[in-house]
Design a protein around this ligand. Sequence first.
Ligand SMILES: Cc1cc2nc3c(=O)[nH]c(=O)nc-3n(C[C@H](O)[C@H](O)[C@H](O)COP(=O)(O)O)c2cc1C
Length: 490
Amino acid sequence: MASITIRNLDDEVKDLLRQLAAENGCSMEEQARAMIRAAVEGRAGQADRIDQIERTLRALIGPERQTTPVSVGSSMPSIRGAFSGKRILLIIGGGIAAYKALDLIRRLRERGASVRVVMTAAAQEFVTTLSVGALSAGHVFTELFDRNDEHDVGHIRLSREADLLVVAPATADLMAKLANGHANDLASTVLLATDKKVLMAPAMNPKMWSHPATRRNRATLQKDGIVFVGPARGEMAESNEAGEGRMAEPLEIVAAVEAMLDEKPKPLAGRRIIVTSGPTHEPIDPVRYIANRSSGKQGHAIAAALAKLGADVRLVSGPVNIADPAGVATTHVETAAAMKDAVESLLPADAAVFVAAVADWRTANAAGEKIKKVAGKGPPVLQMVENPDILGGVGHHSQRPGLVVGFAAETQDLIGNAEAKLKKKGADLIVANDVSHESGIGLSGVMGGDRNKVRIVSRTGVEEWPEMGKDEVAARLAALIAERLQTVVV
Ligand SMILES: Cc1cc2nc3c(=O)[nH]c(=O)nc-3n(C[C@H](O)[C@H](O)[C@H](O)COP(=O)(O)O)c2cc1C
């Protein structure tokens, strides 16, 4: 099956594709696949707009591809030119993930960016300047006191002759240096001397990442305007350890670069929006907890889509196995009570979108020690108490945002329950999704899966959206929020 990366298409094509897909009641990928099939088979489009997209797709596929099966993946020319004329200065730090920087260079260059590379001394222990130079097609900068490069203060030039600086992998050391203003090698000097935007893709052992010093440095850097992509949770390459610290994948970094280079007017610029995402974990004892199947994919995608439209997004995330969205300040919490506190501390805001699947109940008294099996005593009986109602709390808050959006995951009477929730919680919109087995959205269903089929319930009625990828639901919802905020008086 061909894989299509819609996000790599031009915005104009993407918009037309979105419209057509909505009209035909299918996903953007399905629409694109159908049109590529038509283009390959030489069938004419049915309308001007189809012709326009078809011509684009034909051009992207290329003449030699039009008679052979088409695979529209990340290496297709559809992405060519996306970063055309853009200059990226990539700083490679000394971590195991440095090998991924090689793929990143390739991905950036195939999109038309010119990539200059600075490598730290430690980075050269992991990948060679030879490989990096061959892939970037240029000189690799490694020395601050370089007689050839510094006759005209090359480090200042390097830091300025770029549209964007990307640090990947960003080591704990590089983060610490920049957070504290150190400049004792080429990489740190360039980072301190630049007046351009900086994107960091940290990669390190989970213990290094969660160390208070690294957390402090990250908070300082975020305050200074540095944008972060990742790290994600997962297995570490260097040990049998797992946790948060894995570098974002090259394509995730490319997506973050794309968002940072995007200079189009942003309809949500200057708007602060709170988003919650993921499940909550309610402890039973120190090792056991009550959770649910939410993966955070939909909430994180919405946070990313709102950020792409220029919003200052504050994400409050329950425990998930996916990376923080690039450019989104994320607070990590475990329980419903902690999520409520985090959300309320972020008020006032222009809008709030409550996507998290918050546990309705928690145990009345979580045990301080692991509950042991005792022969003859039988299983423990858990007494439950209600969790705080975060959506309802904000919907009726004295600092209520101008627009409050809730999510309702239901297995029965979807619309009835969503309408009741809208009224009770004081929300403006409820995004209702059917999480029953019968929803039939992929094997894994809505929770944990990549697709979603939602209905938007408001006081004026119910709008049904076709089944789409979660990224597409997010983009459409972000556009709807932008539209609504233009008419909301705050
Ligand atoms: C095998 C090995 C793997 C390492 N991996 C990482 C890593 O993933 N992230 C990190 O921050 N530091 C890592 N380090 C430590 C850095 O290499 C070290 O802090 C170095 O001084 C970083 O230099 P730089 O920030 O100038 O690149 C690793 C060290 C070794 C020996």
